[in-house]
Design a binder for this molecule. Structure first.
Ligand SMILES: C[S@@+](CC[C@H](N)C(=O)[O-])C[C@H]1O[C@@H](n2cnc3c(N)ncnc32)[C@H](O)[C@@H]1O
Length: 234
């Protein structure tokens, strides 16, 4: 069963920014720019203006939560739809911005036609899917040919030197922060456990290739966060 984010929606943003020392904002901005690369290039050639910085791209942010990724996309000038399973998370997203359309939906059965979107993103969402492969297949299905799928996800660092610090931080400090700030130690114990169990690196690239994308990854902060970038064949 999917974790119920309604329980932690109120403090979700504050804890996110504290836990990542604000880096989560930067990572989402990087992902939004990456997702729109192809769309922007198409807009530029259509208008014959290579410096064109806006795009009319249709984008979908899956498991949008409180809307920060959708806001980063909207700042790039595109049209954004965000979907999530949690009404409480969506309510916060709607209060934060009117620049995106937010709706209740399941990533594993997206209510959109094939090839609807120029770009599809998900930030820290796919780890929570009950059926990861089904969710990824749905995200690829609604993506247009030539479009980009960009996924941000937390992962364990590769370096044995960094590992002990990572373990201390995720197993002791994050659950403590969760109980102090959100009054919910359990949710923030679930977080490191779910990161540990989740496929990363090559394993994730193979999953993206299995749904028809050419994929690569970029690591942020010793690989604690990874950006997976997939492109659907033209
Ligand atoms: C860790 S939060 C990430 C929120 C946001 N994307 C961000 O950047 O902070 C994970 C979100 O995934 C949503 N979620 C989990 N499974 C989902 C599914 N199958 N379909 C849609 N949303 C889902 C949860 O409700 C939650 O809001």
């Amino acid at each position: 069963m999917a974790y119920d984010f309604d329980k932690i929606a109120t403090n979700y943003d504050r804890l996110n920014h504290i836990m990542t020392a604000g880096m989560d904002r930067l990572w989402r901005r990087r992902a939004a720019k990456e997702a729109l690369k192809t769309a922007r290039r198409k807009t530029a050639s259509a208008t014959n203006a290579l410096t064109h910085s806006r795009t009319n791209a249709l984008t979908l942010d899956v498991a949008c939560g409180t809307g920060d990724m959708a806001i980063s996309l909207a700042k790039q000038g595109c049209s954004v739809t965000g979907i999530d399973l949690s009404e409480e998370m969506l309510a916060i997203a709607r209060r934060k911005t009117a620049e995106a359309n937010f709706q209740l939906a399941n990533a594993e059965a997206l209510p959109f036609d094939d090839a609807t979107f120029d770009a599809v993103t998900s930030a820290f969402g796919i780890r929570n899917f009950v059926h990861l492969d089904k969710g990824l297949a749905e995200m690829a299905r609604v993506l247009k040919s030539g479009g980009r799928m960009v996924i941000l996800e937390m992962s364990t660092p590769d370096s044995a030197l960094v590992r002990p610090f990572y373990n201390l931080y995720t197993r002791r400090i994050i659950p403590w922060l969760g109980s102090r700030i959100a009054g919910n130690r359990e949710a923030y114990t679930y977080l490191p456990n779910s990161i540990e169990r989740f496929p990363k690196g090559e394993a994730m690239l193979q999953k993206l290739e299995a749904v028809g994308l050419r994929a690569e990854q970029r690591k942020f902060f010793f690989g604690v966060c990874r950006m997976y970038c997939g492109r659907k064949a033209d």
